[in-house]
Design a protein around this ligand. Structure first.
Ligand code: C2E
Ligand code: CA
Ligand code: CA
Length: 515
């Protein structure tokens, strides 16, 4: 109730501030009072004399407490980098003088661009005002809240004795709850989400200035945005190192794609009933001249951020087709390569055309290509270009594998609609099945459901002989994992596959003899 009242007063203040602000307005009050007396006598004089100062206060013109300094936050909606650095330096100096702490909280409101496109800039301006009002209503009176870009807001906390991690986390959570309250604007409900990064001054070096404080909060915010929506992250020293390593990678990754440093390694998948190789999964690796083998977790984000996922897909596909043809020529029997397709890659409107063209160019039929799509992508893409591409690729003859099955909420209807061929059961359901009763029961239930739906199954992350044996017993069709082989480069695959097939035929011979 109190929150809603403060919010409404805040919005009224913002509206009034635009037309009725500054000390010059004070000069206008006596003239208005005289005019009121002349026009309407005593009653209007009283009304004006009491009402105008009230309006002036609501607009933020009066200090909130007699004698206190005018809160600068009331006048500043959008400030530039120089001013924000100066504000942060000032906050740090005040805190240092008083032997207390301060903190910078950086907030990004997601989705404002979308709202601007659909409802116009006016609606977004109202939401920006509302965000500032909500921040100010949640913060203490001496804390400062400003907007520093289209969708980014900053709070600088007044010196305080208790600004440890726990207290800052609680404050960040309170801010997020306030900012994410549904907002009714122009008779539509708007749902915003807020990502938050923060840094407390005790975490910085003693000689740090405002720019350092803001940079630390910005780095924490980037980390929150990468884990969002609605994530909160506190700045730490290791985060800084990781951030700058990521930035360096970002600069190098585009070139790496073009000069052949990024290529797929291949991890075998084998059939549990016959033991033969049923396919391989292509997993991107960056063969870095100084850092060695860089795993995808470290560079996929860079590629996503620079909009280069399509290019990655082309590179992985071309290397994979070249590898498949070379294995065919070497006399290996590797029926299929499965390639991971992210949501961004599946948004390419010419995807199926491009893939058909590539397969023709290499003289390979589309059924030799597996398309791995995350369950979360299928669950969230009932319509649109992503859905159309998956259906088209299935029609072309590519096998559709549902990756990380068990981590999303794909419906049975979606499995049918996208003609999913195989469920790749996520490693989290596979680990320790031979030692954990609950895990065992869960996996048996998944396999039973897949069997009834006529879907093939593959268990990911099979690391031990015990897991492999139990998966065979439970009727899982294929297995993949370090227990069979780790991902390896194209040329190693030839040696590995020959040795593996020899081992299998020996085991078959032994089996026949002992039988
Ligand atoms: P994913 O598709 O689930 O791939 C399986 C991941 O598990 C691979 O990690 C693989 O090396 C790892 N793995 C396989 N067997 C085992 C095991 O027995 N134990 C453990 N602990 N891990 C195992 P990797 O290569 O680091 O790839 C990580 C993720 O990056 C992949 O997860 C996939 O989502 C993505 N990714 C990899 N390559 C590409 C690509 O070319 N394009 C796209 N869009 N995503 C890719
Ligand atoms: Ca995969
Ligand atoms: Ca997977």
């Amino acid at each position: 109730m109190k929150g809603a009242l403060l919010e409404n007063i805040g919005i009224l203040r913002t509206a009034l501030r635009r037309g009725f602000v500054g000390p010059q307005a004070l000069a206008f009050i006596p003239a208005a009072v005289l005019a009121a007396f002349w026009l309407g006598g005593e009653p209007l004089l009283l009304l004006t004399a009491l009402g105008l100062p009230m309006l002036y206060f609501l607009a933020g013109g009066f200090p909130a407490t007699p004698g206190a300094a005018m809160p600068a936050q009331g006048h500043v909606d959008l400030i530039n980098a120089l001013d924000s650095n100066a504000m942060a330096t000032d906050a740090l100096q005040k805190a240092a003088t008083a032997r207390l702490s301060t903190a910078c909280i950086m907030i990004e409101i997601d989705g404002l661009e979308d709202i601007a496109q659909r409802a116009g800039e006016g609606t977004v301006d109202t939401l920006r005002d509302l965000t500032l009002t909500r921040m100010r209503n949640t913060l203490r009176r001496d804390d400062r809240a400003v907007r520093i870009s289209d969708n980014r807001f900053m709070a600088l906390l007044a010196p305080s004795i208790r600004l440890d991690l726990e207290a800052l986390l609680q404050l960040a959570t309170r801010l997020q709850t306030a900012l994410e309250e549904p907002a009714s604007v122009d008779s539509s409900m708007r749902y915003l989400s807020a990502s938050i990064g923060f840094c407390g001054s005790p975490r910085l070096r003693p000689d740090a200035n405002g720019e350092h404080l803001i940079e630390a909060a910005q780095i924490a915010l980037s980390e929150a945005l990468a884990n969002g929506p609605s994530a909160i992250r506190a700045w730490s020293d290791s985060m800084r190192a990781a951030h700058f390593a990521q930035k360096t990678l970002q600069g190098e990754v585009d070139k790496a794609l073009d000069n052949g440093q990024i290529q797929p390694w291949f991890q075998p998948q084998v059939c549990t009933s016959t033991g033969v190789i049923s396919g391989v999964e292509a997993l991107a690796r960056w063969i870095h001249p100084e850092r060695g083998i860089v795993p995808p977790a470290q560079f996929l984000r860079c590629l996503e951020e620079s909009g280069k996922m399509d290019r990655l897909n082309e590179v992985i596909l071309q290397h994979s087709m070249t590898a498949l043809r070379s294995w065919d020529q070497a006399g290996l029997d590797i029926p299929r390569i499965s390639v991971n397709f992210s949501e961004a890659e599946l948004r390419d409107p010419r995807l199926s055309e491009r893939i058909q063209w590539e397969m023709d160019r290499f003289g390979l039929t589309p059924h030799r290509l597996g398309i791995e799509v995350l369950e979360t992508v299928i669950a969230s893409s009932p319509e649109g270009i992503v859905a159309r591409n998956i259906v088209e690729l299935g029609k072309l003859g590519c096998q559709i594998d549902l990756d990380d099955f068990g981590t999303g909420h794909a419906s049975i209807a979606a499995l049918r609609r996208f003609k999913v061929h195989r469920l790749k059961i996520d490693r989290s359901f596979v680990t320790r099945i031979d030692r954990d009763e609950d895990q065992h029961r869960m996996l048996a239930a998944i396999l039973g459901m897949a069997d009834r739906l006529g879907l093939e199954t593959l268990a990911e992350g099979v690391e031990s002989v015990g897991e492999h044996a139990l998966l065979s017993q439970l009727g899982c069709d294929h297995v993949q994992g370090f227990g069979i082989a780790r991902p390896m480069p194209t040329d190693q695959m030839v040696t590995w596959a020959r040795q593996y097939m020899e081992k299998i035929s020996e085991a078959h011979l032994l089996g026949r003899k002992s039988g």
